[in-house]
Design a protein around this ligand. Structure first.
Ligand code: NOJ
Length: 735
């Protein structure tokens, strides 16, 4: 029997109740196994937040006790490795890995993740995120691949290929999920799940591009975003889901809502008067699986019975679900086998280490790096709240923040913090390494006052007097200051932590929180060289720290081996090759600072803030130097060719970046947009010609009627080391 007749035949046997059940996804950890088992017997199509033996029990119930014996599909969030399981490999966060600009590395990381997820019996991973983070106040910035549509699309598509492999039914592959569709990161004020005031023209111009690549890569599922576009929630957005995603882009996989969003149509977004209306809206708009809102079941049945919703809409949704289940051969292989022994295995740990190493970004170096083992350095002070805190090093979406049911939130080896990494690098060298905590990261309530040292001292008295839990900070700062004063070098680990990022956790202020700024000011008074390492979920506004530091290295959230990777860069064991996937503001009010903004702003700056961001997209230093020459463009094949030379004396890996500018267009376009990139490893003195073929999309604009065209005329083609003008060479071509 063909797949189509198998599915038609099954749908023809399904009752209305069975179709509605197939569309429901049950959160097992929230409702418990007893209730989940009842749903499995009723024919629920899907479950999440469950693993191991519970999956087996639920699948058994679905396949033995439900009338039609349709297997269920089990999903999880493994966005940076299967990190909700404490035994699994914890890779760097997506933003961190984006700094590698390495498609194949991200594919490998996704493939390793898939094997581990499948080994826990799960079929479906709600990853990757194709949202752009163009306003770093957004709590979920660290889950993205940064601010640029091309980079996000390329890296996300590579991960889709890694998760799904060539065969969705293989033991070690899982179904990927492109989320959150669409423009979720662009919410007004960077408010998570809030309204997004963009037009569909803009959506097609910017935010659709990565999702198109998800479809090209064969991504089997999409998740709708929590938010709304110009007042219409995505959960009920027929134009986004049916007209564009299905009809135009031809997506034929599963569309799943986000967590309880059908209910939110009633209680939060208030566009539906009750759950019946909301269920009708969600089904009509084109959602196939309804995450968590189990009241959808009764409501949608009633809507069809009362003639307010056509049963055909449910048939279509069920067809999408069954087709994916068939591709996964769930009837023959109801439980994913995975690869026994692959969870946290040696090969995956090595991959996690490589991902961490290649994502370290050196942003400033006044000559103090790499640290040399000379007689001048006898004692190194490692100071700061994030130097020896694995939770801060991990960031969001691990077993600390989102444990699988039954998983404890206790640190589980193997991992290497920065302090441990520095100790390992100096072992046997005679250099003494000492550590001081300094201050806490997370004192948002005291944050304002700490900007001024005088006020800070006052506050310390106040803290002592009122006996708050934080009274120890003053002695901690004193201890750190004494250690710094008597050391030859200070490595300062600052940043944010997981309590300041994630869903529901947007920030109004991107400055360092707590007393970290004060700590830097005090320590920089001793004239001891300072290397600052930023361990953070996202860009922070740290101009003063940069000024007071001799070197700055951005590690973001490097996962298990983040600390080891940074230490290798600091001591010159590894030539840094990370490039920023996102720009850093000088101050929060400078946001947005993404590199490809539209031209036309009077003066192009705020009067009370520098013009340039602190660090820009694509930036990242190396211990060697690269020079570009011979830029050419072949208009026929749309291929850019450029020669890049390593002119320093250390082997290095350069990321060749190609930007283009449509010089005059009928609708405004950015002065530069990333259109291609390639990594190239070069020995000292070596030069290589690199050819990069550009997509047609790079030359297109979206017109007010939402059509996309290439407007013929002049284009600037730029190639170089970062998105900064001074790092790029340029030619003008006519298309
Ligand atoms: C809500 C989040 O927005 C989404 O990314 C995630 O996949 C679901 N919850 C399921 O946990």
């Amino acid at each position: 029997m063909s797949d189509k007749s198998f599915i038609d035949n099954l749908i023809s046997q399904m009752t209305l109740e069975e179709k509605a059940a197939q569309m429901v996804q049950i959160p097992v950890s929230a409702v418990g196994m007893e209730e989940s088992l009842k749903w499995a017997e009723m024919g629920a199509g899907s479950f999440l937040n469950v693993f191991g033996d519970d999956i087996k029990e639920l699948q058994k119930a679905a396949m033995e006790k439900s009338r039609l014996k349709i297997p269920a599909i089990f999903g999880t969030d493994a966005v940076r490795g299967h990190a909700e399981n404490k035994d699994a490999t914890i890779f760097p966060s997506s933003l961190t890995m984006a700094a590698t600009w390495d498609r194949d590395l991200l594919r490998q990381v996704a493939a390793a993740t898939a094997a581990e997820v499948a080994t826990d019996g799960l079929h479906w991973d709600f990853a990757p995120l194709f949202c752009l983070a163009r306003d770093p106040r957004w709590g979920r910035t660290g889950e993205t691949f940064g601010e640029d549509k091309y980079l996000a699309g390329e890296l996300g598509a590579a991960q889709v290929r890694g998760y799904q492999g060539d065969d969705l039914s293989a033991d070690d592959t899982v179904l990927a999920c492109a989320k959150h569709y669409i423009a979720y990161g662009e919410a007004t004020g960077a408010r998570d799940s809030y309204d997004t005031e963009v037009t569909f023209r803009k959506i097609r111009d910017e935010f659709l591009s990565p999702f198109r690549k998800a479809i090209e890569a064969g991504c089997g599922s999409f998740m709708t975003a929590y938010g709304s576009i110009d007042g219409t929630p995505l959960t009920a957005n027929k134009k986004a889901l049916r007209d564009i995603l299905r009809d135009e882009l031809g997506f034929d996989g599963i569309v799943v809502t986000d967590w309880d969003t059908v209910n939110y149509l009633v209680v939060r977004q208030k566009v539906c008067k009750d759950i019946n209306e909301a269920s009708r809206a969600a089904a009509s708009a084109g959602n196939d699986i309804i995450m968590c809102t189990s009241a959808f079941y009764d409501a949608v049945i009633e809507e069809v019975r009362e003639g307010r919703l056509e049963e055909k809409i449910l048939d279509d949704a069920v067809r999408h679900i069954l087709s994916v289940k068939l591709k996964m051969k769930l009837w023959d292989k109801p439980i994913k086998k995975g690869i026994p022994g692959s969870i946290g295995c040696k090969a995956h740990l090595e991959l996690a280490k490589k991902a961490a190493e290649n994502s370290v970004i050196m942003l400033k170096n006044d000559g103090v790096l790499p640290i040399s083992f000379n007689k001048k350095i006898r004692k190194i002070a490692v100071i700061g709240p994030n130097a020896n805190d694995i939770r801060a090093q991990y960031g969001d979406w691990t077993y600390f923040t989102h444990p699988l049911p039954g998983v404890k939130k206790e640190p589980a080896r193997p991992y290497v913090t920065l302090l441990e990494g520095v100790r390992a690098q100096t072992e046997g060298s005679g250099i003494k390494v000492e550590y001081a905590y300094g201050c806490a990261v997370n004192r948002p309530d005291y944050h304002r006052e700490t900007k001024d040292i005088g006020a800070f001292i006052d506050m310390c008295y106040e803290i002592n007097e009122h006996g708050t839990d934080n009274y120890k900070q003053m002695p901690f700062i004193n201890e750190a200051a004494s250690l710094a004063r008597e050391s030859d070098l200070v490595i300062l680990a600052l940043g944010d932590n997981y309590t300041q990022a994630g869903e529901y956790t947007d920030r109004a202020d991107l400055d360092l929180s707590g007393m970290q700024e004060a700590l830097v000011r005090i320590i920089s008074g001793f004239k001891v060289p300072i290397i600052t390492v930023l361990i953070a979920t996202k860009p922070l506004a740290i101009p003063d720290v940069v000024k007071r530091s001799d070197a700055v290295v951005c590690a973001f959230n490097g996962g298990m081996f983040g600390g080891e990777a940074v230490a290798e860069v600091l001591f010159g064991k590894k030539n840094p090759e990370g490039r920023l996937p996102i720009s850093f503001p000088v101050m929060t009010g400078q946001v947005p600072v993404y590199y490809n903004q539209l031209p036309g702003w009077h003066e192009g700056r705020y009067v009370d803030c520098p013009k340039e961001p602190l660090f820009v997209f694509g930036e990242g230093l190396s211990y060697t130097w690269y020079e570009y020459s011979g830029l050419k463009f072949d208009a026929g094949t749309k291929t850019v060719t450029v020669t890049v030379a390593n002119t320093g004396d250390m082997k290095g890996t350069e990321t060749v970046q190609i930007y283009i500018n449509d010089k005059v267009s009928s609708i405004m376009t950015a002065d530069k947009n990333l259109a291609g990139f390639e990594k190239v490893e070069l020995e000292p003195g070596e030069s290589r010609e690199v050819s990069i073929r550009l997509d047609d999309e790079a030359f297109e604009v979206t017109l007010p009627d939402e059509t996309r065209v290439i407007e013929h005329g002049e284009f600037d083609i730029m190639a170089g080391h970062s998105s900064r003008d001074e790092d790029l060479i340029k030619i003008t071509v006519v298309l």
